[in-house]
Design a protein around this ligand. Structure first.
Ligand SMILES: Cc1cc2nc3c(=O)[nH]c(=O)nc-3n(C[C@H](O)[C@H](O)[C@H](O)COP(=O)(O)O)c2cc1C
Length: 377
């Protein structure tokens, strides 16, 4: 049986051995942006997962671009050196074919927040908060900081911050750089009328709202080699009438494709305090629409949990790749088990050290008989 999920593909010039992507997953565990032993464990574990592409968590382009005090950063030489240590280790244990990406981000008005397990709201006065900046001086909601409106100089500084972080990522040998343009962070704040309410060249029409996001993407594209693929995580819907719709996401993706972006990962939400009808594959229709209408390489994400579900998304042509977050955190062996289920074992090799954990070599019937227990090595 051949599996679409386990067939190779490419994003730009980056070849992927299969269609499974580790979605960016913030660990909120860095020290002033520097990766540490937690990241070492996390990325070595994901390194052996068998996923075709591992995209590291939202990584701040400036110290004040961090969501929380624990966010990873690429704004200093110390950050770069700390991440180099982790990446060397991750690559050492991963399959040679595994590709690595990093998501670069500015949190905008959602910066200076507590870690999720500390409350997830704005830092209080005793928690070393900082002044946030955003497209407009509009709070993300009750209890959030009021950002300052970004000037043209601030926008130029942030654009160069994205460029500098992307250059650091290239130096670290990442195959893919992904700009975070979703989940209510700064680039999304420019794109969405929900957070963008100023009267200038960057507000109003979609053409105006996407001006800065496109400027950032173009500057990053020009700053890194063609061999480093450029992607953006975009929003397929703000889930609110006055917000971004999938029709606008199609226009954004099309403009990104024209300037040389290699893929979009289509997520949603995070900009307005609304109830989202979350369910299995609930964002996949957005990815499918963007893929059909633009032809750009598309990654679907959001409650893709079962191997058969992931397989059908790819085999039906609704997306080119699928990104998984919680299912892979819960079970870092998801890819190995999916390969067994979908008859694609040949394309995924268990590391030989773990070979004997393979279920097919571990028949329950035999184990039920004490005399058939595997002998100690
Ligand atoms: C703990 C956690 C951290 C996350 N961090 C990020 C992040 O850094 N960047 C991002 O774009 N999405 C982030 N997400 C969202 C996931 O990448 C993913 O889009 C979302 O969880 C839906 O996919 P899932 O149903 O497979 O978990 C995070 C999600 C979780 C649960």
């Amino acid at each position: 049986m051949s599996s679409a999920l386990f067939s190779p593909t490419a994003v730009g010039l980056t070849q992927l051995p299969n269609r499974i992507v580790v979605s960016p997953i913030c660990q909120y565990s860095a020290d002033d942006g520097c990766a540490n032993d937690w990241h070492l464990m996390h990325l070595m574990q994901l390194g052996i997962s068998g996923a075709g592409l591992i995209v590291l968590e939202a990584t701040a382009i400036e110290r004040h671009a961090r969501i929380t005090h624990g966010c990873l950063g690429l704004y200093s030489d110390a950050n770069e050196a700390a991440l180099a240590r982790v990446m060397v280790a991750g690559r050492r244990v991963a399959s040679q074919e595994t590709r690595w990406g990093i998501q670069i981000n500015h949190a905008g008005r959602k910066a200076s927040a507590q870690r999720p397990w500390e409350g997830r709201v704005a830092l209080s006065g005793s928690e070393d908060p900082w002044q946030t900046e955003g497209r407009s001086a509009l709070r993300a909601g009750d209890g959030w900081h009021t950002p300052t409106e970004m000037t043209l100089d601030a926008m130029a500084r942030v654009r160069e911050g994205f460029v500098a972080a992307a250059r650091r990522a290239q130096r670290l040998g990442f195959d893919v750089v992904e700009i975070h343009a979703a989940h209510g962070y700064l680039i999304h704040q420019f794109l969405s009328p929900v957070a963008n309410q100023r009267k200038d060249d960057y507000d109003g029409s979609l053409e105006n709202r996407m001006r800065f996001p496109l400027e950032v993407a173009k500057a990053v594209r020009e700053a890194i080699s063609r061999s480093v693929s450029l992607g953006l995580r975009i929003t397929g819907s703000d889930w609110i009438a006055e917000g971004i719709s999938v029709a606008e996401a199609v226009v954004v993706a099309s403009a990104l494709k024209a300037l040389g972006a290699d893929y979009v990962c289509v997520s949603s939400g995070g900009i307005a305090n609304v109830r989202i009808p979350v369910g299995p594959g609930y964002q996949v229709p957005f990815a499918a629409e963007v893929k059909t209408r633009t032809g750009i390489h598309t990654c679907a994400v959001g409650m893709i949990v079962e191997p058969e579900q992931a397989e059908s998304i790819i085999s039906d042509g609704r997306s080119d790749t699928v990104a998984l977050a919680r299912a892979l955190l819960d079970n870092p062996r998801w890819v190995w088990h999916a390969a067994e289920k979908l008859g694609a074992e040949g394309s995924i090799k268990y590391p030989p050290q773990y070979e004997r954990s393979k279920r097919s070599l571990w028949p329950g019937a035999q184990l039920a008989r004490p005399d058939a227990m595997p002998t100690a090595p």
